[in-house]
Design a protein around this ligand. Structure first.
Ligand code: NDP
Ligand code: ZN
Length: 350
């Protein structure tokens, strides 16, 4: 079967001919429908993030997938069920407390592998297998956009941690600032806009399709070149919630300036190293005197995947149509790595 992967030392993805996997009892054989491409895939391809499996010379890419159960073996799934796979699995050394508690997203990097990213083959192949507990059922009607459950789950977890950090008192967020108008930022805007006033900060000129999406969702686009993060409270209003999805290191600190009293900043970006001169006294004082919080969040657990699947049924159809700018058949897969907003490789249809 065809699989899309990256060789050790390679600088671009290519097609591999690999054996169709054989599911063991308790595993499910899934026929892949669509697999999304995101910034993490580009980081893996560039060699900045992730690793090939210990016993392999290439990594099958793809961590945002939706497929159809082909063979449920001994599991409770039925042939034809639409499913989304979660990303994290136990490391080669065996399972651990994080996986036993069904909290794989809380495992430190050394205590897990990530399919399609770090140490385990991903889902960009005609079929893949997975143990049943790592598969989340999706209503058949949502199959076309099911691959978005994974990136939405990342947003759901960030919001879950943010809310949890404010659970000791009555927190009624009315204003959110999303940093970044890449795929993750746009999904955060889509999730938050029905609930509160949302500002989305980017660095692009109009006309731009991502700015159009931000405004169509009812949110306000902020050009960070004119209004940097720390100026947003003065020019617009302070934010009860900041969701950072730029990967810009400064934003981890500047988010705190953008917060209203009692607010929380959820950081999602994965920046490289960078030196920065910061008034840490003011940063520290602002956190303490205004009861602010900063939480970092990576990956997502089962509850977040289930919330994301529910969200698929709530977001407007026009959003998916405009957000997923490119569907690419397997024989033209290269184009999926060069999309204007968000792309998916299509392996098959329901
Ligand atoms: P992208 O790189 O596609 O998007 C980042 C967006 O932020 C782009 O639109 C970019 O603008 C904008 N941006 C970057 N720097 C600035 C800046 N200084 N001012 C204003 N806008 C800026 O990434 P994704 O949307 O896929 O993901 C966002 C971040 O989250 C990345 O760092 C990614 O690695 C990380 N990530 C984290 C996950 C987690 O579990 N925590 C999961 C998935 C991703 P432009 O396009 O104009 O350059
Ligand atoms: Zn992703």
């Amino acid at each position: 079967m065809r699989a899309i992967g990256i060789e050790t030392g390679g600088d671009r993805p290519r097609l591999f001919d690999v054996a169709r996997p054989d599911p063991a009892p308790g595993e499910v054989l899934v026929r892949t429908l669509r697999v999304g491409v995101d910034g993490t895939d580009h980081e893996v391809i560039a060699g900045d993030h992730g690793s090939v499996p210990a016993d392999a010379e290439y990594l099958v890419l793809g961590h945002e997938a939706v497929g159809v159960v082909e063979d449920p073996t001994t599991t409770a799934f039925e042939r034809g069920d639409v499913v989304v796979p979660m990303v994290r699995r136990p490391p080669p050394s065996g399972t651990n407390a994080y996986f036993e508690r069904a909290e794989p997203d809380m495992a430190p990097p050394s205590d897990c592998v990530e399919r399609g990213i770090d140490g385990a083959h991903g889902f960009m192949s005609e079929y893949f297998t997975s143990p049943a507990p790592y598969l989340v059922p999706v209503p058949a009607a949502d199959a076309p956009w099911g691959f978005l459950a994974e990136p939405i789950s990342v947003v759901e977890k960030a919001l879950d941690l943010a809310r949890a950090s404010r659970s000791a008192f009555t927190w009624t967020p009315e204003t959110a600032l999303v940093l970044g108008n890449g795929p993750l930022g746009l999904l955060a805007v889509a999730v938050l806009a029905p609930e509160m006033d949302v500002y989305c900060l980017g660095r692009r000129d109009r006309p731009d399709p991502t700015i159009d999406i931000v405004e169509s969702l009812g949110a306000t686009y902020v050009d960070g070149r004119q209004t940097p993060v720390e100026s947003v409270p003065r020019v617009h209003e302070p934010a009860d919630l900041v969701v950072e999805a730029t990967g810009e290191p400064r934003h981890a600190v500047e988010s705190v300036d953008a917060l209203a009293s009692n607010g929380v900043a959820a950081l999602l970006g994965l920046p490289g190293p960078q030196d920065l001169t910061v008034d840490v006294g003011r940063f520290h004082e602002s956190l303490v005197m205004h009861n602010k919080a900063v939480v970092g969040s990576v990956n997502a657990g089962p509850t977040h995947f289930h919330a994301a699947v529910d969200r698929l049924g709530e977001l407007p159809a026009w959003f998916f149509d405009r957000f997923v700018s490119d569907f690419v058949p397997v024989d033209r897969f290269e184009a999926a790595f060069d999309a204007s907003i968000k792309a998916a490789v299509e392996f098959d249809t329901v």
